[in-house]
Design a protein around this ligand. Structure first.
Ligand SMILES: *Cc1c(COP(=O)(O)O)cnc(C)c1O
Length: 364
């Protein structure tokens, strides 16, 4: 039984009768940029997330870059974040001319170790960018309190956690700005690239819009250096169809994670969920000292699996000159022991049992 990481074909088969006519209609309407579906999607996404403003853009990377620019991140500034994440979390800080300061992670949640954040704050610190890695919500109230105490901004990287809840709010809605991505593998995904910034702050929302459209408040008048970063009408049509199913799909991911937890209990370290937030299992990630052996057995059995992330950011070549001396023991250890297993709303219970059986055989 061949099993992919993420079964987009099954999802397409499920949704095509709704998506295809809607796309055809948008094609014929010919309003490809700034069309009615983009505006409707922004309104629906804001309502879903429980925020006043949602501003779409071309990718999750752009969402982070534009959010950092909107809060005024500039050369000389420091931004505290994690090294156990996708590169865009920190590369966008560098794109603003600022310096990412990496704090080690909690070995159970894989998220920023909240006990170590305050020690990393310096007079140059301007913002903290927590990542809700693999869909697990960061405990934001203590981070928010730190930000308030030190006059810092809080930008959530919610690229892997759209739809997760924490403290009665949707992921991304707690910080000054929340950023998410609609890359095809994300929990809410387009058929190409796309991104979104959410905020309750009307002034920030206006600034985000200006930066995403060439730094222009009045057409052909450019106030600041901006970007050309837009979600297109076709992707907005697709996202509107999928947003309606997001909670249902995330429920299914949680049920699959429960089944995996039962299958794998005692064999490997299963993902930690403390019940304080609602995890959306963008990835189902286990820890084991025999990670490489499990990976080989699964691959030989035709079951996809992946190491997210094999090289933490402070060890990346692009950060060698600036972060060569940084030591993050927990991050490094987790990077050697982690393995993500197939998960998608389309994964069947019997497939989870099969994967569990292959891992059990490999380890016993
Ligand atoms: C996917 C991802 C991004 C970037 O999103 P893109 O849409 O691919 O640009 C940023 N941060 C994290 C944590 C991600 O997983």
């Amino acid at each position: 039984m061949n099993i992919p990481m993420l079964d987009l074909k099954a999802e397409y088969a499920l949704l095509r009768d709704e998506i295809e006519p809607a796309v055809t209609e948008a094609l014929a309407a010919c309003q490809y940029i700034g069309g009615p579906n983009v505006k409707a999607f922004e309104a629906e996404a804001a309502a879903y997330a429980g925020v006043r403003h949602a501003i779409s853009c071309a990718s999750g990377t752009d969402a982070l870059l534009i959010a950092l620019r909107a809060i005024g991140i500039k050369p000389g500034d420091e931004v505290i974040t994690t090294a156990f994440t996708f590169v865009a979390t920190a590369s966008t800080v560098v794109m603003c001319g600022a310096k990412p300061v990496f704090v080690d992670i909690d070995p159970r949640t894989f998220n920023l170790d909240l006990n170590q954040v305050e020690a990393a704050i310096t007079p140059a610190t301007r913002a903290i960018v927590p990542v809700h890695l693999f869909g697990q919500p960061v405990h934001l109230e203590s981070l928010k309190a730190l930000c308030d105490k030190h006059g810092l901004k809080l930008i959530e990287d919610a690229a892997q956690s759209f739809g997760a809840d924490y403290a009665g709010r949707k992921s991304g809605a707690y910080g000054d700005i929340g950023c998410t991505s609609f890359y095809p593998s994300k929990n809410l995904s387009a058929f190409g690239d796309g991104g979104l910034m959410i905020t309750d702050d009307g002034k920030l929302a206006a600034e985000l819009r200006v930066l995403a459209s060439h730094g222009s408040r009045v057409r052909y008048h450019h106030h600041v250096l901006g970007y050309n970063s837009r979600l297109d009408e076709i992707q907005a049509v697709i996202l509107r169809v999928k947003l309606k199913r997001l909670d249902h799909f995330n429920d299914r991911r949680r049920a699959i994670a429960d089944s995996y937890n039962q299958e794998l209990a005692g064999l490997v370290e299963t993902p930690f969920a403390d019940g304080r937030g609602r995890h959306v299992y963008h990835q189902y990630t286990i820890l084991s000292d025999r990670r490489d052996a499990i990976q080989k057995v699964l691959t030989d059995a035709g079951i996809a699996c992946a190491v997210y992330y094999p090289v933490p950011l402070h060890r990346q070549e692009m950060f060698a000159a600036t972060h060569g001396g940084v030591r993050l023991p927990v991050t490094e250890k987790v990077a050697q022991r982690c393995l993500s297993l197939p998960i998608s709303p389309m994964l069947k219970d019997e497939q989870v049992r099969h994967i569990g059986g292959v891992i059990r055989q490999a380890l016993t």
